[in-house]
Write a protein that binds this ligand. Structure first.
Ligand code: NAP
Length: 335
């Protein structure tokens, strides 16, 4: 691996273009050398902007000898195939969440990575790099709040792109809470359940909104996640861990506090790209440094797999109306 990691990016949509700019301008250890996208004009525009190679397909990009690491930011159904192709080629791959669409595909990725004997895959669970969540994790690990007993959390969105569906509240939205809660608690899930709740009139489509998701861990902790996918007053992410001796809460991102008109207020952001912009920078900085040290050390294929299995159990529970067990394969030692 050279001192400057040469990255190929598959998927030049919204987040792909943001990450390309980040890898080119913010992260000193990375340089994007090739791009691909199903929609060729999109890849061509990016390639021209940066004077880099435009590949006809993701597979061609992965095979190019100068590409040392691959970033997958294409649509969800294409992730697993590209990740497997990268593992086959022995290349590092950063895959935006979700790792795959089924637990079976995640297991295939895990088996392929384990067969190669070392970690190549990192999954884009960027909240672990948010300063607020990182400080919560530190506080929990210091023992200050005693043993964690439960988490109360909220994920509130203002709107969704057309075509949104009920299951996406789990697979595209709550997937972040699924990952961050088990990371904060350092435990695996035992059960998952979706509870019915009065529906909001502020929903553009015909999907269920809001939804309440309940998780339990193997040691008996409980996590509740309120998910509003549409019509909320802001993009508002809340998380409180309750321990036996105290609580720790996610801070609101820094904002100027205004005191006027007999009130004290501060603005709340309106979308994820503003709210977690710094976390993405920290995430890719850490990824690049870890690759230069030999292997990724952030969220792994195992974490992508657990998120997928947990999501499946939540979706099943919405159909059965009862808690569903979360059963995981044995965790391979490379994770
Ligand atoms: P987007 O704007 O729709 O961009 C996806 C791009 O990939 C589109 O240009 C699409 O082309 C292209 N594409 C689709 N299938 C492809 C394939 N098989 N090979 C090559 N290119 C393909 O979506 P986005 O918002 O950037 O999201 C991209 C991914 O990032 C999603 O998986 C999403 O879940 C993830 N994401 C993660 C976060 C996070 O918080 N970590 C935030 C946002 C997005 P067409 O338009 O022709 O299909």
């Amino acid at each position: 691996m050279s001192k400057e990691i040469k990255v190929g990016v598959i998927g030049c949509g919204a987040i792909g273009r943001q990450h390309i700019a980040r890898l080119m301008n913010t992260i000193p250890e990375t340089r994007v050398v090739a791009v691909a996208d199903y929609y060729q004009p999109s890849a061509q525009a990016v390639a021209e902007q940066y004077g880099i190679t435009c590949c006809a397909t993701g597979e061609e990009l992965i095979a190019r000898p100068e590409v040392e690491a691959v970033l997958v930011t294409s649509a969800d159904p294409s992730h697993a195939g590209y990740v497997l192709e990268c593992i086959k080629a022995g290349k590092f791959v950063f895959c935006e969440k979700p790792l795959a669409q089924t637990a079976q595909e995640c297991e295939e990725i895990i088996r392929a990575e384990v067969a190669g004997g070392r970690r190549l895959v990192q999954v884009g669970f960027m909240r672990r790099y948010d300063r607020g969540y990182a400080a919560m994790k530190q506080a929990i690990e210091s023992g200050e709040i005693g043993a964690p007993l439960m988490i109360h959390s909220c994920h509130r969105n203002m709107s969704q792109a057309p075509g949104f569906a009920t299951d996406y509240a789990v697979t595209r939205v709550a997937i972040h809470e699924i990952d961050i809660s088990r990371w904060l608690l350092d435990d695996e899930y035992a059960t998952a359940q979706v509870l019915a709740v009065r529906q909001s009139k502020n929903t553009q489509g015909d999907w269920l909104n809001p939804q309440i998701m309940m998780l339990t861990t193997r040691s008996g902790q409980r996590i509740d996640v309120e998910v509003q996918t549409d019509g909320a007053y802001a993009y508002d992410i809340q998380c409180q861990v309750v321990g036996e001796d105290g609580t720790v809460s996610l801070p609101d991102p820094s904002a100027v506090v205004k005191r006027a008109g007999a009130a004290c207020s501060f603005p709340i952001m309106t979308d994820w790209s503003q709210r977690f912009i710094e976390a993405y920078d920290i995430e890719f900085d850490a990824w690049a440094k870890a690759l230069l040290n030999g292997a990724p050390d952030g969220p792994s294929a195992w974490d992508g797999y657990v998120a997928c299995v947990t999501g499946d159990a939540l979706i099943l529970s919405r159909q059965t109306g009862k808690p569903e067990a979360i059963e995981l394969m044995e965790k391979p030692s490379i994770y």
